[in-house]
Design a binder for this molecule. Sequence first.
Ligand SMILES: Cc1cc2nc3c(=O)[nH]c(=O)nc-3n(C[C@H](O)[C@H](O)[C@H](O)COP(=O)(O)OP(=O)(O)OC[C@H]3O[C@@H](n4cnc5c(N)ncnc54)[C@H](O)[C@@H]3O)c2cc1C
Length: 609
Amino acid sequence: MTEHARRAALGHTPAPPPEPAFPDPAKLFADMLFDPPAGPDAAIAGPARDALTYRRVRWLHERISGEDPLLHHPAYLRELLELAAMVDPSVFHVLFLHHCMTLGPALDFGASPEDIAGLALGPAIGAALMTEVGLGNSSAGIRTEAVWDPVGEAFDLHTPDAGASKYPPNVGLRGVPRVAVVGARIVVDGVGRGTGLFLVPLRDAAGPCQGVVITPRPPTGLLPLDYAAVRFDHVRVPAARWLRDGATITVPGGHHDPLDPAARSRRSQGQSRFAWGAIATGMAAVTRAATAIALAHAHRRRTVGRFDPQTPALAHRNQQRALFGAHAAALTATVLARRATDLCWRLPVHRAADRGLPPATMRTASLLKVTTDRLAEQAVSRCRRACGAFGFFAENRLIDYQGLAMAFNAAGGDNQLILLDAGWSMATGVEYEPPAAPDDPQAPDASGRSAAPLERHGWAGLFRARERLLHEELVERLRIGAERGTDPFVLRNDCADAAERLGEAHAARITVEALIHDARSMFGHRVAEPVLDDLCLLRVLEEVSAHDGRLLAAGLLTVDEVRTLSARIDAVCARLAPHARALIDLLDVPPGLVRGALAGDDPIGDLTT
Ligand SMILES: Cc1cc2nc3c(=O)[nH]c(=O)nc-3n(C[C@H](O)[C@H](O)[C@H](O)COP(=O)(O)OP(=O)(O)OC[C@H]3O[C@@H](n4cnc5c(N)ncnc54)[C@H](O)[C@@H]3O)c2cc1C
């Protein structure tokens, strides 16, 4: 193990490492191994497809792995994940689970330097086993048990019943060595100590490890992988494989944890942050790839019609609205993904004092995951529809991207539950102050309406005012309900929609502020500023349009502003239309890597021969 890796694994501030000479990801993914499979490998799903996925991952690992985890090289990890998502979403999924969801908690919670180096070097591929099949929102109430055995000085990992089985991690393929970070309820002397994390080998090349029961699930077409249900039958986990994160068990003396059981469970759940950075990265990447494919297609394709002398499809305003809107979403997701990795992939500097990210940062990070996933799902769906029949067929890639975006509605933390959590935590003041009303004498009314909400200088004011009003409304409803002695479940149920909308409004505000602050610095050198500003404007106009009725009702938009929204979107599209080629270049999708007929030079020839 290198000195840098050892110091980092021990939680010391590492000296800046010399950047290793990693191979260029674009060259890696250009290898013929990533060409569309032929013969038996061409199966859309099932063991042959899964075997190809892991062959690709192993091949990549042979070229990029060292004993220093890639999380120590976030720029490289980001680029690797971006291209993986564009080239093969299943490979992306396996890579992020290994490099982020396994190595992340291992580094953050203090796995041994040897285990970290072992994980980083392979050959075992990492997985995360949190969700249990039997209960909704199960990660908040993990039932798999890790019972401390003081005699053997080890934990007894056990699944008490079928409902506590882990479902659906992709660990079902034979012959692939796997190791997982497993969430389990720690029990010491018969007392529950909250959910802890354990590093557990699941299977080696010969089969499942003793006591690990893996039941493969049938193949599935969207994001094909070797999904499975897993249960543990009294598996012995040595104390060294407990990701103890500052907690201790001594004989005699018992269990000591700086966190109480509820805080310990929250901290263990919080390891999802490593996924959020990766998911945001993948979502931004597939949105860019889908938009690049669809824009190029619409630029090239001719249409016929009554008033239509074979114009390019992209000359039609409906195509422009769909695809420039998708482009604006791709750009926005890319801005947010950069923020997400900066926040989510932070590693502890001083382990003794460092117990994860503060609640407000976790809230922001989780909302970045939700927002990028929603942007991706909507934008990829538009791209798919805009390509007609081409969009439907897997050989043109768009459906693969859509499958990835759909997977993350739930995977990495359910989007709706994240929004609800965000809303509740803001309403109850967990590290949150609502945006202050503007100190603007020109603000026309008490709602704090921005003077020019649809102009760039007015965007932040509009989204801040929306959030402030929703926060006031929710806090007031909760206050009245509490005063009346309403049952807490009933009260929250009645306010759930308001909480979700507050979560969405906060996410939208973060998004707009990120666009204002980051878009020019990230993209300004690659495209003319008016074009970039128009893309940002388009995203804002689309977000405003989606909520125009409520914004009007709240007095944050005027009737005239609502009436002009559609015309404003048209005007932006008309200005962007002459820049279609520059817009495709801005998406930074390496030519040739995406593959698929629609992404090639001669789609008609490729699709008919
Ligand atoms: C492709 C894919 C891969 C996955 N891979 C993994 C993996 O490798 N490891 C792993 O651990 N997990 C994995 N998961 C599981 C994923 O983390 C869960 O799907 C997610 O956490 C949501 O849990 P759930 O599916 O049980 O849905 P539920 O928790 O049942 O939520 C579904 C819906 O029920 C409602 N709901 C549930 N609870 C509440 C509540 N308390 N209040 C209000 N509404 C509620 C909400 O409307 C919510 O949207 C994967 C999922 C997918 C789709």
